[in-house]
Ligand binder design. Structure first.
Ligand SMILES: [Zn+2]
Length: 119
């Protein structure tokens, strides 16, 4: 499953970024939420990602943390006419001049925006 690999990446990055906090207070740290930005082009199904994350985060410092997934739409710019628009279907052609020469401006993100730690 595609989402499993992504969930593992998220866990790895989040764990690394928590290292200092864990050193200071290893007993009591509890992560409430992981805020993610996921581009639609990554074809992640949020429900599957949450499910995978729940499984692999068990017995880690991120156990019980919820994934808050912000889906970023795919926007493109036409290299021929400069049109910028949001792609909603599987068609990767300029909606104005039908050119196939596009630059993807957003939609490929896979970022951890922040972690919310419970008091
Ligand atoms: Zn165009």
């Amino acid at each position: 499953m595609h989402e499993m690999g992504i969930a593992m990446q998220v866990l790895e990055i989040a764990t690394a970024s928590l290292q200092d906090a864990v050193k200071e207070n290893p007993e009591n740290i509890r992560v409430e939420k992981v805020n993610l930005r996921v581009g639609k082009l990554s074809a992640v199904v949020p429900e599957s990602l949450r499910f995978c994350f729940e499984i692999i985060s068990k017995d880690t410092v991120l156990s019980g943390a919820k994934l808050e997934i912000d889906e970023i739409p795919v926007t493109a710019r036409c290299n021929d006419c400069g049109e910028i628009w949001t792609i909603t279907g599987p068609v990767f052609r300029c909606r104005k001049c039908n050119s196939g020469s596009l630059e993807i401006l957003s939609g490929q993100e896979l970022d951890i925006v922040s972690l919310e730690i419970a008091d």
